[in-house]
Design a protein around this ligand. Sequence first.
Ligand SMILES: Cc1ncc(COP(=O)(O)O)c(C=O)c1O
Length: 440
Amino acid sequence: MPNTTEPLSKTQPLSKSAEVKLSRRWQWATRGRAISYLMEQAVENPNAISLAAGLVDPSTLPVEETRKILADLLGDPERGRRALQYGTTPGSERLRRQVAQLLQRLEERSNAAVEIDPSRLILTTGSQQLLSLVGEVLLDPDDICLVAAPTYFVFLGVIHGLGARAVPIPADENGMQIDLLKQELERIEAAGELSKVKLIYAVSYFENPSGISLSVERRRELVRLAERWSREQKIFVLEDAAYRELCYDGPDRPSIWSFDPTHETVILAQTFSKSFSPGLRCGYGLLPKPLVRPISDRKGNEDFGSSNFVQHLLATVLENGQYEPHVEQVRASYRVKRDRMLAAAEKYFADLPGVSWVRPQGGLYVWMTLPEQIETGLDSPFFDRAVKVDGVMYVPGELCYAGTHTQRRRNQMRLSFGVESPDQIEEGMRRLANAVRAVL
Ligand SMILES: Cc1ncc(COP(=O)(O)O)c(C=O)c1O
């Protein structure tokens, strides 16, 4: 034992040659670098218009509502002290009761009457933490999670970060193709690996990146399939409904969760980030009973509860009836921007051969496919030219695909209408079309 009274430098000389031994978990996490590179490009090219950032529209952020609620909260010392104290691991009961009612209202809009038990709800630091906790409690290294192709690339990073495998299932205009999912399960079973399949991940509304929603029929089939294939062990469906409330036209669809008769198969993840404020970082999960304790145990190890202060604030927003009118305003604002991006796509890309795009009914993204020969990856000449010469940024589509290099399509782009103004969106699309013309 070193003498603790001695100066550190004397007892522990700094060794220049000592090797830094990082964990395998770190090695598995390096996939997350793409997002850092995109951020760097944004900083290095400040005049570039960002159709890449998944940020929400700053003009919709509820500054005034939040200021008033905070003034009330901190104006009452007793309430202020309660809000500034630690909370519990699953989160404020008051907010969980409000979230249960909110979810009931959302289901009722699509005629699915349900009862939601607040004890199955857990409040997390953004829905991202919930996604990560689900991965941690279910996936061991080499386990399998089936995902749509394309899908939310940050969750692909979570799966790889656990040393698990993400297996892609091609999607069409109705989302993940359930017949191909069944074929993949048959293939996995034939390879003797069915016991490794623990999870199917589905972004059910206006998928990031494709803007596509899973059809109602496929929602029902997905739950049935997961139940039928839960032979060697339970296969859960992780329904990521992050964009559920950002619906601009088309029907309100019931969640995948609502098709789960016993609520033992589907984990529902939602968030206040897109509908209210991402800076508050509050998401939530509605869990099958057998996962309530494990997820809470894991979260106990990580942070033993998300921000109590934020939960007080959001509970008040919901109790005061301020939430839904705000979401309505957010929707109206994004609808205008979505329409502007689609109109600009028509104006600048319609005459370009081999270019097509999805017209999303909600969410924040337009998914565009270029001719096969135009690769859009971070190291492609097209990306370089778009950012440095034309001054516009996008997210390369290939980042959103699981699987091997050959399973990824390399000629697609995720274009966000979230953060830029309508005029900048139009200008960004004009610049992007210039870049396509230049390389065609
Ligand atoms: C599909 C999807 N799921 C989850 C998240 C995580 O959001 P948050 O952690 O802010 O709730 C995002 C963020 O962009 C997303 O696009």
